[in-house]
Ligand binder design. Structure first.
Ligand code: UDP
Ligand code: MG
Length: 333
C-alpha cells in the first residue's frame, strides 16, 4: 500500500513562545512515523497563522525554510480558531491522504498521532482524540466544559465528550466535511454528522507548554453559544413552552382577579402587579434575545462572506516545488 501523505494542521494565534518546542516534538513524531512506514516522506506540518500580532509568522517562515516538514499559511487577520482550522484543512485537502488537526500549545499529547495513523491504516476515516482526564485544566474550565457537553446532549446535539479539535480525518471524510458551507462553523459538532467508520484514541491532557490561553472567558462563552445556536433550535422551543406556561398562568391569575373583584375584595395589588410586570418583561427580553441570536445567524449566513482570507501560502509553494523536483528526478531516471 502507498504510504499516506499526512498533513498536520496547527492553528496558531500569538504562539511565538511555544512554536520552537511544538516544532521539535512534531518533527520527532514525523520522523518516527516515517521510520515505521506510517506516512510518506513528503508529509507536512502546516501552521496556520491566524493574524498573530507577535513573531509567530516570521518564526513559521524561518522554519519553513530550515525544516523539511514545516510549512505555513498566513491569514490576513484574526479569524478565530475555527476559521484558522478551516483554512488549514482547505489548503491541505488536495495533497493529503489524511489530516490531523491539533492545537499549537502541546496540551494534546502528540505521541498519539502515530496511533491515529495506525487506525487510519486499519481503515477508519475519522479518529477522535479523547482526553482521558482533564486534571491539568483549571477547576472552572473543566466544569464549565462538562456542563456544556451535558447541555448539548440534552438538546440533542451529538458531540464526542472530552474531544476537542484533535482528530484525524481521511481524505474522503475531509471532502465531505468541506461540503458544509455554513458560516457559523462549529467543527466538532459537524464531524459526527459525516458518518463513516470512526473510532477514539484516549490520551492525557497536559498543561499548556507556554504562554496563555487564547480562549478567555468571553471567547469561550461565544463559542458555546455558537455551538448551541448553530446546531439546535431547542432554545426557541424552550421559549415557546415557557410562553405557553406563562399564558396559562396568566389566564389563571385573570380568573382569580375577576373572582376577587366580583366578591368585592379588591386589594391595592401593588406587589403582585410589580412582580408580574418584571417577570413578564424579563421573559420577553429573554425571548427577543434568543430570537435575535438566530436572526443574527441567518443574517451572517445570507451574506455568505468568505470564512477566512489567505494572505500567504507557503504550503502550496513548498509542495509544488517538491513535486517539480520529483518529476525531474523521475524523468532523469
Ligand atoms: N487559536 C487561533 N485563533 C484564535 C484563538 C486561538 O488560531 O483566535 C489557536 C491557538 O493558537 C491554539 C488553539 O487555537 O493553537 C487553541 O487555543 P488555546 O490553547 O489558547 O485554547 P484552550 O486550550 O485554552 O481552550
Ligand atoms: Mg490550549
Amino acid at each position: 500500500m502507498k504510504k499516506p501523505f499526512l498533513t498536520i494542521v496547527v492553528p496558531c494565534y500569538n504562539e511565538e513562545e511555544v512554536l520552537d518546542e511544538t516544532t521539535k516534538q512534531l518533527t520527532q513524531m514525523m520522523e518516527s512515523m516515517l521510520e515505521r512506514d506510517l506516512i510518506s516522506d513528503d508529509s507536512k506540518i502546516l501552521y496556520v497563522d491566524d493574524g498573530s500580532k507577535d513573531a509567530t509568522w516570521s518564526l513559521i517562515s524561518e522554519k519553513t525554510a530550515d525544516n523539511r516538514w514545516v510549512t505555513g499559511v498566513k491569514l490576513s487577520r484574526n479569524f478565530g480558531h475555527q476559521g484558522a482550522l478551516l483554512a488549514g484543512l482547505n489548503a491541505a485537502y488536495e495533497k493529503s491522504d489524511c489530516i490531523v488537526s491539533i492545537d499549537a500549545d502541546l496540551q494534546d499529547d502528540v505521541r498519539v498521532i502515530a496511533d491515529f495513523l495506525e487506525k487510519f491504516r486499519e481503515g477508519y476515516d475519522v479518529v477522535y482524540g479523547v482526553r482521558g482526564k482533564r486534571d491539568t485544566d483549571t477547576f472552572f474550565k473543566r466544569n464549565t466544559a462538562l456542563a456544556f457537553y451535558r447541555f448539548m446532549e440534552r438538546i440533542g446535539v451529538k458531540l464526542v465528550p472530552n474531544h476537542a479539535d484533535y482528530r484525524l480525518l481521511s481524505k474522503r471524510a475531509l471532502k465531505e466535511f468541506l461540503n458544509y458551507k455554513e458560516e457559523n462553523m462549529f467543527i466538532r459538532g459537524i464531524i459526527p454528522l459525516l458518518g463513516f467508520k470512526s473510532t477514539k484514541v484516549y490520551y492525557d491532557r497536559n498543561e499548556r507548554f507556554a504562554g496563555e490561553s487564547k480562549y478567555p472567558l468571553k471567547k469561550m462563552i461565544s463559542f458555546a453559544v455558537d455551538g448551541i445556536t448553530s446546531f439546535s433550535i431547542a432554545p426557541i422551543r424552550m421559549l415557546l413552552a415557557l410562553g405557553f406556561v406563562m399564558f396559562a398562568v396568566g389566564i389563571g391569575i385573570g380568573i382569580y382577579a375577576l373572582v376577587q373583584k366580583i366578591m368585592g375584595q379588591v386589594t391595592a395589588g401593588w406587589t403582585s402587579l410589580m412582580i408580574s410586570v418584571w417577570i413578564v418583561g424579563g421573559i420577553q427580553l429573554l425571548a427577543i434575545g434568543v430570537l435575535g441570536e438566530y436572526i443574527g445567524k441567518i443574517f451572517k449566513e445570507v451574506k455568505g462572506r468568505p470564512r477566512y482570507t489567505i494572505e500567504e501560502n507557503l504550503y502550496a509553494e513548498k509542495v509544488a516545488k517538491e513535486e517539480v523536483r520529483e518529476t525531474k528526478i523521475s524523468s532523469i531516471q
